[in-house]
Design a protein around this ligand. Structure first.
Ligand code: ADP
Ligand code: MG
Length: 526
């Protein structure tokens, strides 16, 4: 097995990768990074979620120096991706003074111009906005030695091909060019023939992956209350032994601590443990002294315990192979096995790509409601307060303040304000960055706008099928649908709205590229 340590990269970057919690390179990283380090042109083809960003990001940050000119340009299809890629590059350059700037439409160009003037080494941008800056002369590409086309097939789908060609023509020909894509349609191939120098093509084949017969479901969860959601899920299942998978070793450490604090018999397994520490955790698991083993994919390699009744993907696996490997840990020796996957809105598309690969739809299961999660939290809070009252002497430090407050306000109000102060950050369950505001929907619903309608032969039936399948709700739960010539409105239940949003924005309906966004409230009738 290959390690990040094995790459010819500086210690600053190795340290940053470690901080990001990556344990071992993904297959595409393992094969692409050494090639890019040789400075040849590379085409990398692999499914989404397989770590293509770090595959080019690591050698890119390695090569860029601290001189204040733009040395690398990355083109991405959307502003979200530009921001995401820039974020990952910033993490990789944590110990190296390299500035990365995302530039995209919709943000004030003046702000971007000022940031560019200050001097950055890496620019990540959408083709339209990059071209805009080139035309204004505010983006200088003569020192660019590394050019990356990320998610090339998406850029093609979005109609950026001409813009990309115009940009490519303005970059130093003595450059290294990399192209990453999940698929390789002919126009992309043509582009690479024209603008790349004998590219080395690396394809991580999908392989034939079939999921064993294990009961599989997924739960829709919000990032913010993921731990509580997990607890609800495991409380409602009869679990013999469970393996809970996290993406990173940091994730393993955090979740282990959180579960132990909540009284679960759990311990973590990750690549940093010594052999004897690892053996001791494994022994506890085999003896059923602990009920849950929390692990990364790497750490779980080779674990072969018959009694595992549940595999829980706390973090969704990176690729279908890993999904299949993980769930294969249960249902052994003729026993019944369960595989439960938690999916956040941002992971909806990834879930769908896994389903496509394993050629089966994973059914969605209703998560214990937000109210139930809150109820459980309240129980925990109550216990914490009682514990505090019982274990400690009341501090006289606050006596005066207490008397004062109780003179002026009713005790109920004082207590509830204090609780808000103490627990507030856990309370705003709704806020996960998905406050769609007033969308003009009926109560309890969220209304979305879709930029296609009858022009792509969209019908209510089609859209109801798509949405109900996407988020695993009954067709009846979907509210009002209004299809017009060029656009559509649809109402969906509030609790699934973030999942519909992440699953359908920039996707396809009836073969047409669509965009979906929260609707604006209807104008008030006089
Ligand atoms: P892609 O571009 O192939 O769709 P990304 O680069 O966006 O995939 O990576 C998907 C997720 O996997 C990101 O959250 C990223 O931080 C994480 N990731 C990438 N490489 C690794 C790794 N070697 N180990 C663990 N997580 C990784
Ligand atoms: Mg990507």
């Amino acid at each position: 097995m290959m390690k990040f340590e094995d790459f010819q990269i500086s210690n600053e970057i190795k340290k940053a990768i470690k901080d990001m919690g990556f344990e071992a390179p993904s297959p595409i990283q393992e094969r692409v990074i050494p090639e890019i380090l040789k400075r040849v042109d590379v085409i990398g083809q692999a499914q989404t979620g397989t770590g293509k960003t770090a595959a080019f990001g690591i050698p890119l940050i390695e090569r860029v120096d601290q001189s204040k000119n733009i040395q690398s340009l990355i083109l991405t299809p959307t502003r979200e991706l530009a921001i995401q890629v820039a974020g990952e590059l910033q993490k990789l350059s944590k110990y190296k003074k390299v500035q990365t700037l995302p530039i995209y439409g919709g943000q004030s160009i003046g702000h971007q111009i000022r940031a560019l003037k200050r001097g950055v080494q890496v620019v990540v941008g959408t083709p339209g906005r990059v071209l805009d800056h080139l035309n204004r002369g505010t983006l200088k590409l003569q020192n660019v030695h590394t050019l990356i086309l990320d998610e090339a097939d998406e850029m093609l789908d979005m109609g950026f091909i001409d813009d990309i060609e115009k940009i490519l023509q303005q970059v130093n020909r003595e450059r290294q060019t990399m192209l990453f894509s999940a698929t390789m349609p002919p126009p992309i191939r043509k582009l690479s023939n024209k603008y790349m120098k004998q590219p080395k093509q690396i394809t991580i084949s999908k392989g034939e992956v079939t999921a064993p017969s294990i009961n599989q479901v997924y739960y829709k969860v919000l990032e913010k209350n993921k731990i509580d959601s997990l607890c609800r899920v495991i409380d409602s299942e009869t679990i013999d032994l469970g393996i809970i998978f996290c993406r990173t070793k940091k994730g393993v450490a955090e979740l282990t601590e959180a579960l132990q604090a909540r009284g679960y018999m759990a311990d973590g397994l990750h690549g940093d443990l010594t052999q004897s520490q690892r053996d001791s955790v494994m022994k506890k698991f085999r003896d059923s002294t602990i009920e849950f083993l929390i692990a990364t994919d790497v750490a779980a390699r080779g674990i072969d315990v018959d009694k595992v009744s549940h595999v829980i993907n706390y973090d969704i696996p990176q690729d279908p192979e890993s999904y299949v490997h993980r769930i294969g840990r249960t249902g052994r020796a003729g026993r019944e096995g369960f595989a439960l996957t938690l999916v956040t809105p941002r992971e909806m598309k990834h879930l769908r790509s896994i389903e496509a690969e394993i050629k089966m739809a994973i059914p969605s299961q209703g998560l214990p409601s937000v109210e139930e999660v809150v109820e459980k939290q309240q129980h925990t809070w109550k216990q914490q307060i009682i514990d505090l009252m019982e274990e400690s002497e009341t501090s006289s430090l606050y006596d005066e303040l207490v008397t004062e407050l109780l003179q002026d306000y009713p005790p109920e109000k004082v207590v509830s304000s204090l609780m808000k102060l103490a627990f507030y950050s856990h309370t705003d369950l709704e806020d996960d960055g998905y406050d769609f505001g007033d969308t003009g929907a009926q109560k309890g619903m969220t209304r979305f706008f879709i930029n296609v309608g009858r022009n792509v032969e969209l019908t209510p039936k089609k859209i109801v099928e798509e949405v109900s399948q996407l988020v695993g709700i009954s067709q009846k739960a979907i509210g009002r649908i209004d299809i017009f010539d060029n656009f559509t409105f649809i109402e969906v239940p509030e609790e699934v709205a973030p999942f519909v949003y992440e699953g359908l924005k920039y996707s396809r309906l009836n073969g047409a590229r669509i965009n979906l966004e929260p609707a604006k409230p209807r104008p008030k009738r006089k």
